[in-house]
Design a protein around this ligand. Structure first.
Ligand code: NAP
Length: 311
């Protein structure tokens, strides 16, 4: 049987910008929150080399650096941080039960900030060549592609930002996009179009990733003509969005058709006392600043909820 560790008024599940901001706000409300980081400390932000649109940093700030700063601020006011993963939750009983790898906690109130994970292409070869030429994180793996001709799949802000970052290392970066117009914003599009190392392959989808010891070719299909061809590559980055990490909550919390946790204006989920913030509950904005803002809002709601419990 799993060892019971302790009871908390508030637990924050997830250590990205939403989670650490929720921890900061609940710590300042003297609720002594315990934040569980999850596997990726500082969340998706940690995989961003430079965040240029977080207010207060006119020259940009590294994703990990920003995470460290918010963590320091939260700890300063009494937040506790545990480097562990949540393995299960029971929201049917009160206090709520939260199992981590290291033991079991109970909590009066939860703020779920578990973010979203990279979406996969789900094509043959993707799993086999992950780590052998297929990557989901330019900041993590870019260096391995020095002087190589590589590809990136996706047409959103992340794909373009990663493509531009990869030009520091690669000889060329070809963006494969399934349409002939980008989803990304104008600033990144202009930067990409003006970068001599960036090329575009429009109206194309990857059907298969091929190679032997490592990746060698992509089988791509023209989305207009249906024509298929093989193209050589020395690496492919997949940057086609993210899926909210809701698996642990299936059957316990209401989930929207977009796959996010369903929250009301106070960021409360379908269970009273369980709040959610950041990309796990945000199908629209998905910015570091909006995630941090949601973390603050959820923490304010959680504080009010606990005050009412005491009355
Ligand atoms: P996104 O905006 O959802 O873009 C995903 C891209 O992948 C789209 O171009 C989509 O094509 C393509 N795609 C999706 N599934 C695909 C599939 N199975 N095969 C091929 N292509 C596929 O995701 P994101 O780029 O990760 O951005 C997420 C959020 O973060 C957005 O709100 C974005 O604005 C924000 N963000 C902002 C910045 C910034 O402001 N600097 C940086 C990074 C991210 P379609 O266009 O055809 O749908």
């Amino acid at each position: 049987m799993m060892e019971f560790v302790e009871h908390r008024q508030v637990m924050v599940l997830g250590g990205g910008p939403a989670g650490f901001t929720a921890a900061l706000y609940t710590a300042r409300a003297d609720l002594k929150p315990l934040l569980v980081t999850g596997m990726t400390l500082y969340g998706q932000a940690s995989q961003t080399h430079l965040i240029e649109n977080f207010p207060g940093f006119p020259k940009g700030v590294g994703g990990t650096e920003l995470g460290q700063l918010i963590e320091e601020q939260a700890r300063h006011f009494g937040a506790e941080v545990v480097f562990d993963v949540v393995t299960s939750v029971n929201l049917e009983q009160r206090p709520f039960e939260v199992c981590l790898s290291s033991g079991k906690y109970t909590a009066d109130c939860l703020i779920i900030c578990m973010g979203a994970d990279s979406r996969r292409l789900d094509v043959p070869g993707e799993r086999e060549f992950t780590g052998k030429g297929v990557s989901f994180c330019a900041t993590c793996d870019g260096w391995f592609f020095k002087d190589k001709d590589i590809h990136i799949v996706g047409g959103g802000d992340s794909a373009l930002e990663e493509a531009l970052f990869l030009t520091r290392f690669a000889r060329s970066v070809t963006i494969i996009h399934r349409r002939d117009a980008l989803r990304a914003g104008a600033i990144l599009e202009n930067r990409a179009r003006n970068n001599p190392k960036v090329k575009f392959l429009w109206n194309a989808v990857v059907k298969e990733i091929l190679g032997s010891e490592k990746i060698e070719e992509l089988l791509v299909e023209d989305t207009v003509t249906g024509e298929q061809k093989r193209i050589s590559t020395e690496g492919v980055f997949v940057s086609i969005g993210h899926n909210p990490n809701t698996t642990l909550f299936e059957g316990q919390l209401k989930i929207t058709p977009a796959g996010t946790l369903d929250v009301d204006r106070q960021l409360q989920t379908s269970v009273e006392g369980v709040f959610a913030a950041g990309e796990i509950a945000d199908p629209y904005f998905k910015q570091v600043v909006t995630s941090a803002g949601m973390g603050a809002a959820a923490a304010i709601s959680a504080t009010k909820y606990l005050e009412n419990l005491e009355k």
